[in-house]
Ligand binder design. Structure first.
Ligand SMILES: [Zn+2]
Length: 307
């Protein structure tokens, strides 16, 4: 069910409760007016506060979206992000609006490192690419992205000392609503485009997977009819990774959630390679993300496919 339908249902239900409540206390209007107006205020004052809050929030967001997209960012996207380069001019505008919208609603905080404009752009680009196929979709499970200066320890978030292997992290409990990204890993995901690895996209794929509340490698946006084929394919491909027969990196065999994140990175970084070697996986990921990436295929791969 889409977010718009859900919020419409929520508003309808709220209005129904409000009407029933007013109807129930209405007889007090003449017999006990003080109590009547008190009971009326109890429900209408918070409601009014909520509506004013929502209105201000929407107004601020609309204001942020009206700001021009920085030329410097556009130049960086054109120079570094093949995904953006292949978009039509209309889609580029939509992509830029999505970047502004994401940055308006998400706090990006540097921990012992500076967050410059490029870092903000790379975080937002990693966020927008996986959801660009969905209209008006937002990461409701994210409030803040913490940027670390380097790799960190996944158990205690230590930024110094041995055993620091984590480049990005999302999760539950204390990590709920948060994401950690190592700055060099985030940047490398874009300056080394096409190597099949992108830490930012990897972590946002996890959030997409967990939008139904579970990190299980089965995004709820996948149509029900494809869930079983997806599970079977995940199982087979994870076995291939374990046997060393896959182009996907070994980390993808850790569990289903990591398989989905690793395959998603590859899908957006090397869609042509994925389609050539794993056409079924490519087809299902196309359905998951509702994006056709064929225009991103390199001419060399297109020639190979015709042979
Ligand atoms: Zn992961």
């Amino acid at each position: 069910m889409s977010t718009r339908v859900l919020s419409l249902l929520g508003y309808t239900f709220g209005l129904l409760i409000l009407t029933l409540y007013t109807y129930a206390i209405f007889p007090l209007r003449l017999s006990d007016p003080v109590r009547f107006y008190f009971l009326l205020a109890i429900i209408f004052i918070p409601l009014l506060g909520y509506l004013v809050f929502r209105f201000r929030k929407k107004r601020k967001e609309a204001e942020a979206l009206r700001q021009p997209f920085p030329d410097q960012w556009r130049a960086e996207l054109e120079a570094t992000v093949p995904y953006y380069q292949k978009l039509s001019s209309e889609e580029k505008k939509r992509f830029e609006q999505a970047i502004k919208g994401f940055l308006h609603s998400t706090t990006i905080t540097g921990i012992n490192t500076e967050v410059d404009e490029s870092t903000r752009l790379w975080v937002a680009t990693s966020a927008v690419i996986p959801i660009f196929g969905f209209k008006d979709w937002r990461y409701r499970n994210l409030n803040e992205v913490l940027i670390y200066p380097s790799a960190f320890k996944s158990d205690n978030y230590a930024q110094e000392g041995p055993g620091r292997h984590a480049l990005g992290m999302v999760g539950t409990g204390p990590m709920s609503g948060k994401m950690i990204l190592s700055k060099p890993a985030l940047v490398n995901g874009f300056v080394r485009a096409g190597d099949g690895r992108n830490t930012g996209i990897h972590e946002f794929a996890h959030l997409l997977d967990a939008s139904d509340g579970e990190y299980d490698g089965i995004p709820h946006l996948l149509d029900q009819q494809y869930v079983l084929p997806w599970l079977g394919l995940m199982h087979r491909e994870m076995k291939r990774i374990q046997r060393g027969e896959s182009k996907l990196r070994p980390y993808g065999a850790t569990n289903k959630a990591e398989f989905f994140a690793v395959a998603s990175e590859f899908f957006f970084e090397r869609p042509d390679e994925l389609q050539l070697h794993y056409p079924k996986l490519y087809d299902l990921l196309e359905k998951v993300f509702q994006q056709d990436l064929r225009r991103q295929f390199s001419p060399a791969i297109l020639r190979k496919r015709k042979q």
